[in-house]
Design a protein around this ligand. Structure first.
Ligand code: ZN
Length: 373
């Protein structure tokens, strides 16, 4: 991963390059930003740059042995600490190293893979992933060994908010007294969930949501998505490339079918049908559930444009037009606002590990009463 492969994040890249060139790179960086904006990818780009054998002022070469190994996540001096399902075999804790092959597979297939894909790869769709104290002890053991071949030993710790308290305390010691020529790169979506002492010992690097235009261009140029669809995906992806890629894989047609039949049943109050549709949504992973809700927000706003008599502003396909025209007769700006609030709230609940089936059931009931009020 080179800096040039990172979508957006110009300010962060420039800041990092300046620090490196002035010899001011601190020993610990906290790369923080919403999911899917590129924190894990930027960590790899930094690791690759500081260890590159032929770097330019702007980027690593991408060709030398070090660059090639880091881009395949097989460099012996890059130590990964990843959130995993905590378990033991014959009394010994299973650690990140046992899952590195899974990580490499995902990362090489698509560097901007999502946390939900990682969870799924570990067979942990509905399980809580975490970073345990055993993991940090093992990291300490490895980090004080000699480097094999690199200039810098690198620690990439992904999703620092998933560090358990005991592990966080053990990790603090490492942050206070790291071995020489060691660079600790943490990523985090929600620094509020971290020990203040961990935050304060890392230089903070804030990542931004990726601008819509960049997401759209990326989907069109790199993934051969049609312009109209790319626009729509970019609109509902909240600046996250991981979200956009997940969304890209869902057939737009099926998503729209699911949305319109759900809303029809919500309006008529057909609860057994609503349950069947919720079952379908529930079977998919959390990422899909969140995207479905984002899609619903987008479609509701489109309905409002129909209701206001400006359907040409809405990005809808021919197939969606009839539904939107009919549905727009049932709503007004006030109802849409209330419904959008509920959809956003449900999305936050699901992101925060609420039970999806219950969240969707409650949502359906409340939307029904708004639509019928
Ligand atoms: Zn290189």
């Amino acid at each position: 991963m080179q800096f040039s492969n990172i979508i957006g994040q110009q300010a962060a890249k420039q800041h990092l390059l300046d620090s490196i060139h002035r010899g001011r790179l601190p020993h610990a960086l906290m790369l923080r930003g919403p999911s899917g904006v590129g924190a894990l990818q930027l960590a790899h780009a930094i690791a690759q740059y500081v260890n590159c054998q032929h770097p330019t002022d702007e980027d690593s070469c991408g060709q030398c042995a070090s660059c090639r190994k880091i881009s395949q996540a097989i460099h012996p001096d890059i130590h990964y600490v990843l959130p995993i399902i905590s378990k033991t075999t014959s009394g010994k804790a299973i650690l990140t190293d046992a899952y590195l092959e899974d990580f490499r597979k995902l990362y090489s297939a698509e560097p901007y893979f999502s946390f939900e894909q990682w969870q799924h790869a570990l067979d942990g769709d509905n399980k809580q992933l975490m970073i345990s104290v055993h993991e940090i002890r093992e990291l300490k053991r490895k980090i004080f060994l000699k480097t094999f071949e690199a200039e810098y030993k690198i620690v990439i710790l992904w999703q620092a908010e998933l560090i358990r308290t005991g592990a966080a305390n053990a990790f603090l010691k490492l942050l206070e007294e790291p071995p020489d020529k060691t660079l600790i790169l943490l990523t985090c979506e929600d620094p509020g969930k971290l020990l203040i002492t961990i935050n304060s010992r890392c230089q903070q690097v804030a990542l931004e949501r990726i601008p819509k235009a960049l997401l759209e261009a990326y989907l069109v140029e790199k993934k051969a998505v049609e312009v109209a669809k790319a626009k729509e995906i970019a609109t509902i992806s909240e600046g996250s490339l991981s979200h956009a890629l997940t969304y890209m894989q869902e057939s737009h047609h099926e998503l729209n079918e699911l949305y319109s039949s759900w809303l029809r049943m919500v309006y008529t109050g057909n609860y057994s049908k609503i349950q069947q549709i919720i079952e379908q949504i529930y079977k998919e992973n959390k990422e899909f559930q969140k995207l479905f809700l984002a899609f619903a927000v987008k479609k509701l706003r489109d309905s409002l444009l129909f209701q206001l008599g400006v359907p040409e502003i809405a990005l809808v396909t021919e197939a969606e037009k009839a539904f939107q025209q009919n549905f727009s007769k049932l709503i007004d700006a006030d109802k849409v606002e209330q419904m959008v609030d509920l959809l956003d709230e449900s999305r936050r609940f699901i992101a925060g590990n609420a039970h999806a089936q219950m969240a969707f059931t409650a949502l359906s009931l409340r939307l029904h009463s708004i639509l019928r009020s």
